[in-house]
Ligand binder design. Structure first.
Ligand code: SF4
Length: 675
């Protein structure tokens, strides 16, 4: 029997990018643990990954290429060889590109794996083929856009500084589900005397660990920040010395925007009372080093970028940045640490091709102007479950003339509609290089077990497809390790030779953002730009949500759960058993108004869809808000549709992000029968 322990990295779309130790016996992963020497993980994995071996060796894994033999969506396939699958795809693509041009092919991928090579390995292939390009903007581009509007290219603070704060605000982040190491840091800060506030739209599991919880209306976070700043200004609680030296546009903001943002005016928008807004402002401004950790959910609204921009003014007004532990953390951007252009190869495009938003996939498949989408290639993503407006996407996937290929580990809701399904490796079966977006660590890892069945990695499949298309470029004949080496073999101020060698050896390392003490704010003015002359909206202000105009009374929050990540992890029986499928949480008052009872089947609906839930009446959600956790696979739910049949293809105010949380619904008795 061969036994060893190897290092690896959690590949999922989570800020923490944990280091893991994998025990392998006879080419099977048998045990997974957090790496005690990893700077963020420090031995702690979340419940989702404690038994990653159950995902890797799940009986549900796809182990051979498949070709559809049933109707679209029926899930009936026959096994075929890799040679047959690749030949079928390449010949169909040659026909389609000859008839419609390259843009008739649309890749769809997101963050099923976060490794820099495997995640991005399709770009070079699709650039060479001249296909439509996908705007990969479902998660938090509005957050990035809002940060840049005020902070420019300023690197994020180290989130671990939170432990030095005396007031930690977990704002719109269910860290207990999505960022457990931030929870650990918050607890550490609390042991040193810090207070913990949670600001969210319902009482999340994170709220259980807070000293105080403030429940806001969905999309009302910016109004709360504006109300707080009004109070701070009028009570003389702003740090005038810091502002004079570091901030651009405070006077204009104070004169033009803040006068209308009284607590009384902001209270109905944000859902807190004027007295609460006043108290939050005074306690925030009175703290020595207040720290805000901002989530992403609050950015998935029509006003998402403006919300981030507005909240980011708070630490500037009180000079929180001056003291260790003070500031705001939206996310670490470590893109400059590795030359991704060497993997994505935009230079392979003969000419720039059209962009298609992944948030508007349903529209792209059914009603796009220009060349129709005739083929969809889906890899490490599951848009039929996870992308907005599920009914529109399924209408597209049902098109008989759409040639769909899905490269996946499991028979996802999307794969059921594929013409060809290709089996994908898990992260333990291929090499990659990972970097965190919740901190500054990075790590390279190798395959620790052989591929399960005939599965292949993203990069291997694109190499095969390049061969099938008859392309001669040596680029496509490289291995994933060659590409990793190209990312490492590039000098950058983010890592010196010692750090790069550690990366090569598989050790977790900390990257160093290049900071200029003479110019801490990387904006065009060199100051924090509350006033930004380059924007159509030069000052932060109150913006409405989309849902406000929809004419339905309840706001739906499609929330996170500690036991799944979007539609990932539902293959693990134990994790599934810890959740009840498709529960809709509703306040007692809303339920009473509608004559609804705890535990009964209800239908949430709007003009995009109707979805069956089991009602849970709870005071965890306020009046006017309903919440459901998780993105369930269709095979595990009673109805035909998941939560994303209710979400919309509308975009955010900045970054063209998704507005998955900006949803209005009504709820009534009974379940939906699809005919
Ligand atoms: S999902 Fe996040 S917290 Fe859980 S193991 Fe992976 S990186 Fe760590």
């Amino acid at each position: 029997m061969s036994r060893f322990t190897a290092r690896s990295v959690c590949p999922y779309d989570c800020p923490d990018a944990c280091g893991m130790l994998i025990d392998v016996e006879d080419e099977r992963a048998v045990h997974v643990a957090g790496d005690p020497d990893h700077p963020m993980t420090r031995g702690l994995l979340c419940p989702k990954m404690n038994h990653y071996e159950q995902t890797v060796h799940s009986g549900r894994r796809l182990t051979a290429p498949l070709q559809r033999i049933g109707a679209k969506g029926e899930g009936l396939f026959r096994p075929v060889s890799w040679e047959e699958a690749i030949a079928t795809i390449c010949s169909r693509w040659s026909e389609l590109t000859g008839a419609y041009g390259g843009e008739c092919i649309l890749p769809n991928s997101y963050a099923g794996t976060m490794g820099l090579v495997q995640k991005n390995s399709g770009h070079s292939f699709f650039h060479r083929l001249g296909t439509s390009r996908l705007e990969r903007t479902i998660c938090s581009p509005a957050k990035d856009a809002g940060w840049k509007m005020i902070m420019g290219e300023t690197p994020a603070m180290d989130p671990a500084e939170m432990v030095h704060s005396d007031l930690v605000i977990l704002w719109g982040i269910n860290a207990a589900a999505t960022s457990i190491h931030a929870m650990r840091d918050a607890s550490e800060a609390r042991r040193s005397g810090a207070r913990i506030w949670v600001i969210d739209t319902y009482h999340t599991p994170t709220a259980n660990a807070a000293d105080e919880v403030f429940i806001v209306k969905p999309g009302g976070d910016g109004a709360l920040a504006l109300g707080m700043m009004h109070v701070m200004l009028h009570a003389g609680l702003v740090n005038t010395a810091f502002i004079a030296k570091n901030v651009q546009g405070f006077d204009e903001f104070s004169a033009k925007i803040l006068p209308d943002c009284t607590p009384e005016n902001m209270a109905p928008v944000c859902g807190l009372s004027p007295e609460e807004i006043e108290r939050l402002a005074r306690e925030y401004a009175g703290s020595v080093a207040p720290f805000i950790r901002l989530g992403s959910g609050l950015t998935r609204y029509a006003n998402g970028a403006m919300t981030v921009r507005t909240i980011s003014c708070l630490p500037a007004l009180v000079g929180a940045w001056q003291r260790p532990g003070g500031g705001i953390f939206c996310g670490a951007s470590t893109g400059a640490a590795f030359p991704l252009s060497r993997v994505v190869r935009e230079d392979f495009m003969e000419h720039p091709t059209r962009w298609v938003s992944m948030n508007q996939l349903g529209h792209a498949l059914t009603a796009l102007d220009g060349p129709p989408v005739m083929s969809l290639y889906v890899y490490h993503s599951n848009p039929a479950a996870s992308s907005p407006d599920q009914n529109a996407i399924i209408r597209g996937l049902e098109r008989e003339d759409l040639f769909t290929v899905v490269h996946e580990r499991f028979m996802t809701d999307t794969a059921r509609y594929a013409d060809i399904v290709l089996p994908a490796t898990s992260s333990l079966e291929h090499p990659d290089l990972y970097r965190s977006y919740g901190g500054y660590h990075a790590q390279r890892c190798h395959a620790v077990i052989p591929p399960v069945g005939a599965s292949k990695s993203n990069w291997e499949v694109f190499s095969l497809l390049a061969g099938g298309m008859g392309w001669e470029e040596p680029f496509f004949r490289q291995s994933a390790d060659d590409l990793i080496e190209q990312l490492l073999d590039f000098a950058t101020p983010w890592r010196d030779a010692v750090v790069t060698e550690k990366l090569r050896s598989g050790e977790p390392v900390l990257l160093t953002p290049p900071l200029d003490p003479q110019r801490p704010w990387q904006t065009s003015s060199g100051r924090i730009e509350i006033l930004n002359h380059h924007l159509a909206e030069p000052l932060p202000r109150l913006l409405p949500t989309h849902a406000e105009g929809d004419g339905l009374p309840l706001r739906l929050q499609p929330a996170t759960t500690p036991y799944a990540l979007n539609s990932s992890f539902y293959e693990q029986d134990d994790l599934r058993a810890r959740q009840e499928p498709m529960v809709l949480m509703m306040n007692r008052e809303d339920a009473k108004q509608r004559g609804l009872f705890d535990g009964e089947q209800v239908t949430a609906y709007n003009d995009r869809g109707r979805v069956t839930f089991t009602l849970s009446i709870t005071e965890r959600v306020p009046v006017g808000t309903v919440v459901t956790e998780g993105v369930w696979w269709r095979e595990f739910i009673a109805g035909e549709r998941g939560v994303n049949a209710l979400t919309s293809q509308r975009l955010t105010d900045g970054g063209r992000g998704s507005t998955l949380y900006d949803v209005a619904v009504e709820v009534g008795k009974g379940c939906v029968i699809f005919i």
